[in-house]
Ligand binder design. Structure first.
Ligand SMILES: [Zn+2]
Length: 258
């Protein structure tokens, strides 16, 4: 089960899965319809399903035009039903798209309605995680609390190590600049940054990542590592928090002001 990115706007990826035999495509968070329409036209396929992670415009802006064209189901949080979403989903739901089962995981934090989709039908699990987790970072807390996002990060980092992580934005190099300011001696992070810099210099996406890579290099999954907590507090010129929610909130605030 592989997805590849259709670039949209400045730094969005619309992840799509293309079954060339059946000439079918599904798309995740199509913020821009034209990108998907062009792909379908050029590659002789039709859109059969849309997955939506949350309500932000750059994730749902293209849904209406695509549904008008293809009349496909749209899975997503119930806050968007029925205007955008035709099949509303919630925590624990199992949905099936072209024989691929996806588990819905609610991850409030970036927004209150954010959901991720975990595919486990294959040998290699995959997580379609919108703006919850990025390579080297996580989404800003526009609506949720640090405690909610900490809960999401805790659940995500417990997924199998080889799970592929498909976030929506190409923020990796900026995320690593912050991560390296927090944790300059983390060798796995230094290696991940070098790898990402090389990919970007060749015009390639740095995604997907893996849970293992994120555990080793993403400060938002390393909220209980002493050097990360100390590093974020130092950037904020504050004393390190003594509880995990406080520490996570400091890491997030340090990144917001970086
Ligand atoms: Zn968003």
């Amino acid at each position: 089960m592989t997805f590849f990115p259709l670039p949209a706007f400045n730094d969005n990826y619309i992840w799509v899965h293309h079954d060339a035999t059946k000439k079918q495509l599904w798309a995740v968070d199509p913020g821009d319809a034209s990108v998907v329409l062009d792909y379908c036209q050029s590659n002789d396929c039709r859109l059969v399903a849309i997955l939506v992670t949350h309500h932000h415009k750059d994730h749902i802006g293209g849904v209406k035009a695509l549904v008008e064209q293809f009349h496909c189901p749209v899975y997503g949080p119930k806050t968007l039903s029925p205007e955008v979403v035709s099949q509303s989903v919630q925590e624990g739901d199992l949905i099936s798209i072209q024989n691929t089962e996806l588990l819905v995981i609610e991850t409030p934090g970036h927004t209150l309605d954010h959901v991720c989709y975990l595919g486990t039908s294959d040998e290699t699990p995959f997580l379609l995680c919108g703006d919850t987790l990025f390579r080297g970072g996580c989404g800003r807390l526009f609506e949720g609390s640090p405690a909610q996002m900490l809960n999401a990060m805790t659940r995500i980092r417990e997924l199998p190590a080889h799970t592929l992580v498909y976030g929506t934005h190409e923020y990796t190099l900026a995320n690593y600049r912050f991560a390296l300011a927090v944790e300059p001696d983390n060798q796995a992070l230094i290696a991940a940054n070098n790898n990402a810099a090389e990919l970007r210099s060749n015009g390639l996406p740095t995604l997907p990542s893996t849970i293992e890579q994120e555990r080793q290099s993403n400060p938002f999954l390393r909220f209980d590592v002493g050097s990360v907590i100390q590093g974020a507090a130092t950037l904020l010129k504050e004393a390190p928090a003594t509880d995990l929610v406080g520490a996570f909130a400091q890491i997030r605030r340090a990144k917001d002001g970086f």
